[in-house]
Design a protein around this ligand. Structure first.
Ligand code: WQD
Length: 355
């Protein structure tokens, strides 16, 4: 199948592109590189020894989106492209609505023009808001507690209404829990810009010596050790969930939703201890005040994906940390490839051919 992956140069996108290639799919990547590096795609092509067509496109450029979809004519689209920093979404809500919601509308219009109506959408467990009923099932009522989460909720609702208006669409809304880890090669991984918002990359940067200590946001939650509990899922398992959803959509229309989580929760202190054990490095931390908007616990009931997609997460916390540490140790400053963004399209294409 020819799959167009928006945000394919990003963290989850690049891991999914690699699995698609290894499964024999043809892949085109659409990315504006605002929070990703072409270097990730170059390395993916090296790892798979296969080529990817790369289109430097901003989803807010309606004309270019239409032209690109019309020329690529994909059989399916996996849509990762979007802003995802919860804190930033609170200070810049319109930037999030414009980029995530309007960008998705432009993509859907482009897909219609190109006659492609198969979509896997990168949603998030954040749409469950502050639900108290755990583990979280897909029927859990949705509510958003920040603009980022509200964009995901709005897009899910838009897709539900699109599917209801036109039965030719095959749509999967995948609700991620907490993606972490990296490909076993250590060549691709999470490369957050600036100070990491999320726990695992921050802990990795403390372990490698880039940061002094971990601030543990709250030690007085009603959890076994008082710190926040989350359902961390290995990015390779997450990527495999996208391929399973894509397979499912080949024979089914309509709009479907699945949690992609492990069903198990780990606390902040458990993550820090695992990192100390695996890296052999000290990981100093300090328990500080809770972070506004955080919930005490969040973890998935992933039975629906297991029963309907035949998918379940295979990797545990230890492997997540091992693979994250290998990536961080081999790439202490991430991809270090900001200079690539100055390249012209021709220069970028030439660069991507290098192995
Ligand atoms: C995990 C735990 C923090 C950082 C967010 C988004 C979600 C998704 C994943 C995009 C919590 C604690 C964190 C730190 C800490 N993103 N923590 N010190 O908040 O569960 O989910 O990222 O889709 O939509 O909401 O992830 O990694 O930020 O926090 O103590 O420096 O680690 O309080 O308990 P979160 P996180």
């Amino acid at each position: 199948m020819h799959v167009l992956v928006t945000g394919g140069a990003g963290y989850i996108g690049s891991h999914t592109v690699l699995q698609l290639l290894n499964e024999g799919h043809r892949v085109s990547v659409l990315d504006n590189f605002s929070n990703s590096s072409p270097e990730s795609i170059r390395r993916v092509m090296g790892l798979s020894n296969l080529s990817v067509d790369v289109y430097r496109v901003d989803l807010l450029d309606e004309k270019l989106v239409n032209n690109t979809l019309t020329s690529v004519k994909p059989d399916a689209v996996i849509h990762f492209a979007g802003l995802k920093a919860v804190g930033e979404s609170v200070t810049e809500p319109l930037k999030y609505y414009r980029n995530n919601v309007t960008g998705t509308l432009n993509l859907l219009d482009g897909m219609e023009v190109a006659g492609c109506r198969t979509l896997v959408f990168s949603s998030s467990a954040t749409v469950y808001g502050e639900s108290i009923a755990l583990p979280l099932v897909e029927e859990t009522p949705r509510s958003a507690t920040n603009p980022y989460g509200r964009t995901k909720l709005h897009i899910e609702e838009m897709l539900e209404e699109l599917g209801a208006s036109d039965s030719r669409w095959s749509i999967a809304n995948l609700r991620y829990f907490n993606p972490v880890g990296a490909h076993e090669s250590g060549q691709i991984g999470e490369d957050p810009q600036g100070v990491p918002n999320n726990l695992m990359p921050y802990v990795a940067q403390v372990a490698i010596g880039r940061r002094d200590k971990v601030s543990v946001y709250g030690g007085d939650y009603q959890t076994p050790d008082g710190t926040g509990v989350r359902d961390y899922i290995h990015v390779e398992d997450l990527a495999a969930g996208h391929l399973a959803a894509l397979d499912y959509l080949q024979t089914t229309t309509g709009v479907h939703v699945w949690n992609l989580g492990t069903g198990a929760g780990s606390s902040v202190l458990e993550v820090i201890e695992a990192f100390k054990r695996v890296s052999g490095q000290p990981v100093p931390f300090e328990i500080v005040a809770r972070r506004t908007g955080d919930v005490a616990e969040s973890y998935a009931n992933a039975e629906k994906a297991r029963l309907e997609l035949g998918w379940k997460a295979e990797r545990g916390l230890e492997q997540m940390v091992q693979d994250m540490w290998r990536w961080q140790k081999d790439n202490p400053m991430g991809f270090e490839a900001d200079h690539l963004l100055e390249l012209s399209d021709e220069e970028l294409a030439a660069y991507l051919q290098q192995r």
